[in-house]
Ligand binder design. Sequence first.
Ligand SMILES: Nc1nc2c(ncn2[C@@H]2O[C@H](COP(=O)(O)OP(=O)(O)O)[C@@H](O)[C@H]2O)c(=O)[nH]1
Ligand SMILES: [Mg+2]
Length: 294
Amino acid sequence: MYHSGFVAIIGRPNVGKSTLMNAMVGEKVAIVSNRPQTTRNRIMGISTQKESQLVFLDTPGLHTPHNRLGEYMMQAAKEALQGIDALVVMVDATAVGKQDDQIVKDMSAYKVKKALVLNKIDLLRKDALLSLIQRYAEAGYDDIVPISAQTGDGIEAFKQLLIGYMPEGPQYFPEDAVTDQPERLICAELIREKALLHLREEVPHGIGVEMMAINKLSDNLTEIHATIYCERPAHKGIIIGKQGTMLKQIGQEARADIETLLGTHVHLELWVKVRENWRNRMDDLRTLGYERKE
Ligand SMILES: Nc1nc2c(ncn2[C@@H]2O[C@H](COP(=O)(O)OP(=O)(O)O)[C@@H](O)[C@H]2O)c(=O)[nH]1
Ligand SMILES: [Mg+2]
């Protein structure tokens, strides 16, 4: 008997949804950063066992959109909820607030198996954890599960719990599949992750990465050309940095991750261009990979 199904991970930005999915999959399929709204697409992560397959849907954090990119992101989060077999609602156990309570409440109406995950317990005192479990005891979830997605604490047990939620079903994806994201999109995301890591304040939110070319020069060498878009001329200077130091740093770190992903040496060329207001322009959203899939 094979068990399988789709599991959506929902919560506000920055609670650790993408970190959890990567931990479940055992590979980095979604980028992670301490900036809200790091994840912009619905990203699938697949975990295959001998007698089961879990297909996770990582989603952009639930927030109030301020531009078309934000609207696209919320649409992606909503669509992830269609046809799922289980729902994981996640809160950051160190920073629970009204927004979380609202999401926990809204999602309790879904008629599927539901787990409420309290993440980041590596940062939490025991008594604080216990009072949090009490706070949500009557919220209508099948299980309340404390974990640390980052250290891996509780992850294996949680995976077994989710497998128990799954109905009988087929193996949806080949056993070596880890994501539905094309390689070129993951490369673009890894570059964006490094930019998020190093850039301050409002610059990161306005960044988009377009892959211009991926050329396999040999079995052991891939050449990649990519453009980082930003919304203001002043941001371009910040991204490039003094004598190009910032761009060099972003490029070096992205290259290391891309080499792991592709399993070849990588020659990475980065450009920076200004595209004002791209987050509100449909054609720009499309070029940067934020496109409705139907
Ligand atoms: N200490 C700690 N940090 C975590 C944990 N899970 C995620 N984080 C951090 O929280 C931030 C947001 O994580 P991310 O997965 O991008 O959150 P998302 O926006 O919900 O997808 C990142 O800096 C992560 O490294 C955890 O269990 N413990
Ligand atoms: Mg995320």
